[in-house]
Design a protein around this ligand. Structure first.
Ligand code: SF4
Ligand code: SF4
Length: 253
């Protein structure tokens, strides 16, 4: 059987998702047996011109004008494009800049009065510029989920996203709801798939997998209001990882 050709690219982010792949250790050998990795920027495998592949995993948000051209070339040369991690899926933590004065953001990030030349006006996920076939969220991604995804690609199975919220995974694991214990958790509106990692450790979900389809944002905000969070705190908490998904949150407050 011909091995699918895979490429892994990185734009603006901390490279934590690419690191998660490297951290697969022994399972990484299985991946090398299943697929042909023809481009993997973090380990220095960088082809020029960009190779034609079956699947490109793209990490990082788009924050520089020069990245847009490369991203479009990746799309043109890939049968399937997967947005990998919160940054590529919806802009990630740096998306907060979209809701700040640009000078204030530049001072906070670089200690200078303006964003570096060539910065895009807004920080965005990759689907602002190209069609995305599948979203693999998380900050960072869940390495087991990545492995399962690669297996599905090899077997030619469809890539179906989780369409239910994190609370479902919590219930499956028998975790007593953190909200009932007075601890803030964004689980009711966040896409499942991490096996309720934070609630398993008695920590509220902070939303690194972004909003689930049909999330009841209004109800989540009501919960937060009842917990006495101020308007500013609610906005800040919702916008940590996926600010772009919560751009209209003010209208619910
Ligand atoms: S702890 Fe969080 S994820 Fe778990 S059931 Fe409660 S709200 Fe949902
Ligand atoms: S529980 Fe929430 S914040 Fe924690 S890993 Fe899962 S989606 Fe991310």
């Amino acid at each position: 059987m011909k091995k699918p050709k895979i490429a892994i690219y990185g734009f603006t982010g901390c490279s934590g998702c690419q690191l998660e792949i490297l951290d697969l250790e022994e399972a990484l050998l299985d991946i090398f047996n299943m697929v042909e990795i023809v481009n993997f920027e973090m380990v220095g495998i960088k082809k020029k011109p960009l190779p034609r592949v079956d699947v490109s995993f793209v990490e990082g948000s788009i924050s520089k004008e020069e990245d847009i051209k490369k991203l479009r070339e990746i799309r043109e040369k890939s049968r399937i494009v997967i947005a990998m991690g919160a940054c590529a899926c919806f802009g990630g933590v740096q998306g907060i800049r979209n809701f700040m004065d640009s000078k204030e953001a530049a001072r906070a990030a670089y200690g200078i009065d303006d964003c570096p030349r060539g910065s895009t006006e807004k920080i965005s996920g990759i689907d602002e510029y190209v069609k995305v076939d599948y979203y693999l969220p998380g900050c960072p991604i869940d390495r087991k989920e990545f492995l399962q995804l690669v297996k599905k690609i090899v077997l030619g199975r469809g890539l179906k996203p989780q369409t239910y919220p994190l609370c479902v995974e919590c219930k499956r694991k028998g975790i007593v709801c953190l909200l009932d214990r007075g601890i803030l958790c964004l689980g009711p509106i966040v896409r499942a798939g991490c096996d309720a990692l934070c609630p398993s450790l008695n920590r509220g979900c902070e939303g690194c997998r972004g909003m689930v389809v049909d999330a009841n944002l209004m109800e989540q905000i009501e919960i937060m209001k009842k917990m006495k969070f101020s308007k500013e705190e609610i906005i800040r908490k919702l916008r940590i990882f996926a600010a772009n998904q919560f751009k209209e949150v003010e209208k619910y407050l």
